[in-house]
Design a protein around this ligand. Structure first.
Ligand SMILES: *[C@@H]1O[C@H](CO)[C@@H](O)[C@H](O)[C@H]1NC(C)=O
Length: 245
């Protein structure tokens, strides 16, 4: 004889299961990237949408769990519609450009960010990208550094803690600096992680800090958008001319 499942239990499962199943995030990392560091490691190409700004780019607005310190990703399979970014195109092309070669329009990278992190944000697509662009503009790291005399240069090196301090004073919370290695093996400013409340607006102290290696003194490698190569997508390798060398 079948046992009757209590109705209350069924109701609980029906209403609670989507919430039990859904992963949730506690805070964002706004990750800003300095293209001058990125472009010393690999050749960089001019986006097909035109020149981006000579400034920090948005790398992502990443959803994280403060307990585990892990990213919260791919929470659902909400689609990505490029049309929903039409009002943000200027901002995205200027500050969320992709200078990877071959030259591209950035869309596949925006899509990847949306499908990985954006869908976990509880913002819709337009709101999510707008939030990231607004945060970038609000923190304006390049100006904060400039005010303290920290400018991209091959002639000077800067204390990593001075860079951190200059940003912290401006935003009211401690950022985390990530370095990469330049051509001669020297550490250089590469990315800046800033923690943001799950409202997508308020900058907060980081509940969990990522750890990266930098030396005490680091380079702030110059970036000049005019040096970006104009490199359309490569033709089929079978059609490439044979080199003379
Ligand atoms: C996204 O949210 C904003 C603000 O709530 C709203 O105005 C807009 O229509 C939404 N977009 C879509 C495609 O639902």
């Amino acid at each position: 004889m079948a046992t009757r499942v209590p109705l209350a239990f069924l109701c609980f499962m029906l209403f609670a299961s989507p919430f039990l199943a859904a992963k949730t995030f506690d805070f964002y990392y706004l990750v800003l990237m300095w293209p001058g560091a990125y472009c010393t490691q690999s050749a960089c190409c001019r986006p097909t949408t035109g020149l981006p700004k000579n400034d920090f780019f948005v790398r992502g607005l990443w959803t994280f769990d403060s307990t585990t310190g892990k990213p919260v990703t791919k929470c659902n399979s909400d689609p990505f519609y490029v049309d929903q970014l039409s009002s943000l195109k200027d901002g995205l092309n200027s500050y969320w450009a992709n200078v990877k070669c071959p030259s591209n329009n950035g869309v596949v990278y925006w899509k990847k960010t949306w499908k990985t992190y954006g869908v976990c944000s509880r913002l819709n697509e337009t709101e999510y990208f707008q939030a990231a662009l607004d945060l970038r503009a609000k923190v304006d790291v390049l100006s904060l550094l400039d005010k303290k005399g920290i400018k991209p240069s091959l002639l000077y090196i800067y204390g990593a803690s001075d860079i951190e301090k200059a940003i912290a004073e401006g935003i009211g919370a401690t950022p985390v600096i990530r370095c990469s290695k330049g051509l001669l093996g020297q550490f250089q400013l590469y990315e800046i992680y800033i923690c943001v409340d799950k409202d997508g607006k308020t900058i907060i102290e980081c509940p969990v800090k990522p750890r990266f290696t930098c030396s005490e003194e680091i380079f702030f490698t110059p970036f000049d958008t005019n040096n970006l190569h104009n490199a359309p997508a490569a033709p089929d390798p079978a059609e490439l001319p044979v080199s003379d060398e």
